[in-house]
Design a protein around this ligand. Structure first.
Ligand SMILES: [Cu+2]
Length: 412
């Protein structure tokens, strides 16, 4: 079709096949982000993994709700002391426990002596940037230590030697073969020996580097161990949300402190936050990372951890912090106007102190154990409860029908 201006205009019918083709092509392509890189590295099938991720994410979010409800009565007294130190308690837990916790709070103001938590002071120069620093932060995770070693023992020396060698060659050529010193230039075009050397040596160097490099890459994407602590991380414009589904700690929000607040708490401004992520020392942490609005990136340099937080995706990464302390990080994906003001603070505590923190949040430190035992323990409970409830409860036909069926189970 030709317009009056002579410009070609396409009718809907003409365009349709092209649309269909592009649709088909985009269906065939995996949507590429970091997670796919990860999948390629582990050699997994992308579709299966995304499905698995979805199922895990759904199970986690359901688990968080379920555990939260199940623990409400038990958590009530423990919840009481939370109000004082923590500014932003888990919304779900707080709502559920408010009626029961209120009287308990006044009576038992100081129950469970170990359920107290005061934020730790950071160590200057550790887990945070230093003035005029050019090196990586001191690493406190096994992967970080390995990466640090790889960089300082292998990469930097190799880079330095190659750079100096090439610079030397250049200077030698520039001075020795300048027009004045070498009036009759050589007309050599081939030298088989040199050509083999300058191909083989770089190949050898790359092959040598590949060994620790691939080992490090594989280590970073190793699936988490069974006993890993799961934390769900959500990036928001412009703060972070953390939840501990296995411990029954619903999502709480972590926001940057103002300059005055940071000064008062002796922490670096623009890194200090009101509610930190708190993890036990030496235990692997599995992070399930997602974004709520735009793409963010969860990064803590001292752990060698960085993973994109993508809306609609559950990215996974792990770290194990081997030193007690406070470690800071930042959102590392340009995510909007306050991108530079959504820092991350991770506090690594001895196990007993971490457990105290979990209790101060109204959670159960032995989360996964309880979760694993729950199905087995829960099975007989309804069966026992059913016959007892039958006479009292007037639930018509369902009750008598359920009672005989439940009775034999209860006996066993
Ligand atoms: Cu961000």
């Amino acid at each position: 079709m030709l317009e009056a201006s002579g410009k070609r205009v396409y009718s809907a019918r003409e365009i349709q096949p092209a649309f269909r083709l592009s649709r088909r092509l985009s269906d065939m392509l995996p949507d590429g982000t970091k997670y796919d890189k990860e999948q390629q590295a582990t050699g997994g099938t992308s579709l299966m993994k995304s499905l698995k991720t979805l199922v895990i994410a759904a199970a986690l979010s359901l688990g968080a709700v379920g555990v939260g409800h199940a623990q409400t009565p038990a958590a009530a007294p423990v919840e009481a002391p939370v109000a004082a130190p923590v500014a932003n308690p888990a919304p779900a837990a707080a709502d559920a426990t408010v009626p029961t916790a209120a009287p308990a709070a006044t009576e038992a103001a100081v129950p469970a002596g170990d359920a107290t938590y005061t934020p730790m002071k950071p160590t200057p120069g550790v887990g945070q940037p230093i003035d005029a620093g050019i090196d990586f932060q001191p690493q406190v995770s096994p992967v970080g230590e390995q990466a640090y070693w790889f960089n300082h023992v292998i990469l930097l020396p190799v880079i330095t030697i190659i750079t100096l060698f090439v610079l030397g060659l250049l200077l030698w050529v520039v001075f020795r073969y300048r027009a004045k010193a070498n009036p009759v230039p050589s007309k050599t075009t081939h030298n088989t020996f040199i050509e083999i050397i300058w191909t083989a040596i770089p190949v050898l160097i790359l092959a040598v580097i590949a060994v620790p490099s691939i080992r490090l890459l594989a280590q970073q994407y190793e699936p988490p161990k069974k006993e890993a602590l799961t934390i769900k991380v959500t990036g928001y414009q412009w703060y972070w949300g953390y939840a501990y589904p296995d411990q029954g700690i619903g999502e709480y929000v972590s926001k940057m402190l103002t300059a005055d607040q940071a000064k008062a708490s002796g922490e670096p401004y623009q890194l200090a936050v009101d509610n930190r992520m708190v993890v036990p020392v030496g235990r692997q942490v599995k992070l399930i990372i997602t974004g709520a609005d735009v793409i963010h990136s969860f990064a803590v340099p001292a752990f060698w951890t960085k993973m994109d937080a993508v809306p609609g995706r559950a990215n996974e990464t792990t770290f194990t912090a081997n030193k007690v302390g406070v470690y800071y990080g930042q959102c590392s994906e340009l995510c909007g106007v306050d991108h530079g003001f959504m820092p991350i603070a991770v506090e690594v505590l001895p196990v007993d102190k971490w457990e105290a923190w979990v209790r101060s949040k109204g959670g159960n430190p032995a989360g996964p154990v309880v979760a694993a035992a729950a199905p087995a323990a829960a099975a007989p409970t309804p069966a026992v409860a059913a016959p007892a409830a039958t006479p009292a409860a007037t639930t018509t036909e369902a009750a008598p029908a359920a009672a005989p069926a439940a009775a034999p189970v209860a006996k066993n």
